[in-house]
Structure formats: structure tokens, C-alpha cells
Ligand binder design. Sequence first.
Ligand code: 0O2
Length: 360
Amino acid sequence: MLFMEKQNIFCRFSHRNHALSVGLQKIMFGKNSSIYLKNGIYLFLNAVSRHLRFCRSRAKAQMACAVQKGVLYLGRLLNQVRIRGIWMEIQLWRQILNPYELAVRELITKFNHVIREHREKGLYSPIEHVCGRVKAVPSILDKLQKKKITLDRMEDEIDDIAGIRITCQFVEDIEKVVELVRKRSDMEVVSEKDYIHNTKPSGYRSYHMIVDYQVETLQGPKSLRAEIQIRTLAMDFWATIEHSLQYKYKANIPEHIRERLSNAADAILALDKEMSSVRSEIMDAQNSSLSQLKLVEDILNNIENLYRISNKREVNKIQDEFYRIYQMHDITKLKQFHRQLDIISEGYRAQAVTVDLEEQ
Ligand code: 0O2
């Protein structure tokens, strides 16, 4: 009976002890300064409990139980310290990366505004799309390790914690975007790398600009570095695929895949050249569809305004006329209609002002 009970105690004990050991090993893998202390206490308690394991009396078995509880308590305590430690690390990273998040959001908004400004003026925008990201913590740690940079030098040595990617339709647009960035007064260019004319051995092509950018935080203004990558849609397609393979294979992309990627990079180069040769035709077509879109938008705004100030039956007639002309797909007729509508609207507005003045 006593033997059975002891077996039971020891069985549970070694089970929990194993779980605890796994937990402690996990702690030991962490870079905690008190690791040797934890290790020492753990080994000591383990030795005591191993000694008590061979005892035969009930008193000693109870003592083993007490040691087991002690070990478990210590485990829980260490676990709490560990969880608090990780939480503190997360808080610390969040604190460091927060201004970079803000910078990425601000820069995306600003470059998107450049697109909008061009389109509102009916102009072709050299920027097609903007996106951005804050570098993931493991990616930062990998870079620190690769370049042998200490954590305290991170913000000074890693320039792409905040990263913006601008994609353009044509290679010619890249230079225009570069000029646009150089001229901005809210960022200062620190360095530039031209991988368009100096293609990387991998086949990577892109234009990189490192800029100094200032954000406002609760602690006051903070100046930080951001990387702006500028490339065509085709270059972006290649780089995205190649980057995902780098992630999978680390530095060891198999030779046959590397060769295919290199061929694909050549094809991308040819594609960009081909698109450039018809750039002016494509831009003309895009501009005309853009101006048609703006024209239709203006006409609809005019009709909506007329609804508020004039006879509804008459506005319905104007609307029907617009649908009739729109279906003709004739931009000249649409422009004519737009001008006539402007004159009608002007007339109604003048009438409304006269009535207002008479009432006063
Ligand atoms: P992630 O995941 O994009 O953040 P250097 O200081 O010149 O020795 P560094 O700092 O890597 O090297 O600068 P570089 O060469 O200008 O590269 C910066 C970023 O450009 C990389 O960031 C990639 O995003 C991209 N890049 C550079 N070379 C290649 C390439 O061969 N293929 C692809 N797909 N992208 C490339 P990270 O930190 O590598 O990665």
C-alpha cells in the first residue's frame, strides 16, 4: 500500500518534474542574465528530489512531496519572471518601432497625395502605387547579426527599419520620382543606390533612396531614417517572387531555380524596354480616359447642383440628354455638352442670386 502510494507520488513527481525541466530549459534558452542562478537552483532541487526518490519511509515520501511543491512553486515564479521579461521586451520593441510606424503611415499618405494631385489636374502620375512596412523584429535581428551590429547601434546602422515602396509603370518614371523625392522639403536624402543601371548579381533592379525624416511623438520631434525603393511594376513582380524564395531557401537558392530567376530577370528587362517603346501611346490613352472620367464627374456634379436650384422636370431632361450623348462614346460631343451645361448652371445661379437680393 505504502509502496503503491509512493509509486504514485513519484510517478506524478517525475511527470511534473519533466514538465518543469522542459519549462526551465526554455527559460535557459532565453538571454537572461540570471540564467546561471536559475540553473543552479534547479539542479540543486533536482538532486535533492532524486535523493529522496529512493527513500522508503512515509515521512521521507512526504518530504519528497514538499520538495516537489517547492520545485513547482519555483517553476511558477520563474515562469512569471520569464513572461514579465518577454512582455518588457515586447513593450521595448513597440516603443522603439512606434515612430517608424508613424513615419511609414505618413510617407504612404504623402506619396498617395502626389498621385491624387496629378490625377485631379488630369496629369499622368509617375507614381502608380505606394506601400510600406516596418521591418519585422526577426528580420532586424537577422540583419544585426549578419552585419555584426550591437542592439544599441540599431537605429544608427539599419536604414530600412521604415521602408516605403513606390512602383511606377515605366522605367522613365523612376527618374521623375527620384527628382520628386530630392526636391521635397519634408525629407532629406542621405544616400542613393542605383540598382537599375547597376543590376545586382541576383538580377535585382530597383532604385534605393535613404532619407532622413522627422515625426512628432509625445516625447517631441524624432528624426529617423527611412528607405524608399522605387521600381517598375515588372521589377516589383520579379523582386517579390525572388524575395519569397530567399526566405524559403535562405542564402541557398538551388542552382536550377537561380538560373530560371536570372532568365526571368532578363525577360523583365526586355518587358520594361518594350513597354517604354510604346510609352507615349499608352500615356495618351491613359490621359484621355482619365480626362473623360473627370469630364463625366464634372457633368454629374453639375446636374446634382441643378437639382437643388432648378425645375426638376427640366433637370430630368438634361440627364436624359447626358445619357444619350454618353452612349455615343464621342468625347468632343461630351465636351460640348459640358460647356452648355456650364452656361445653363451659370444662368440658374445668377437667377438664384437675383431672387435672394430681391427678397432682402
Ligand atoms: P527586407 O525583408 O526587404 O527588409 P548593404 O548595406 O548595401 O550591404 P543592405 O542594407 O541590405 O546592404 O542594402 P541593399 O542592398 O540596398 O538592400 C536593401 C533591401 O533591398 C533589402 O532589404 C531588400 O528589400 C532589397 N534587396 C536588395 N537586394 C535584393 C535582391 O537581390 N533581391 C530582392 N528580392 N530584394 C533585394 P532586406 O533587409 O534584405 O530585406
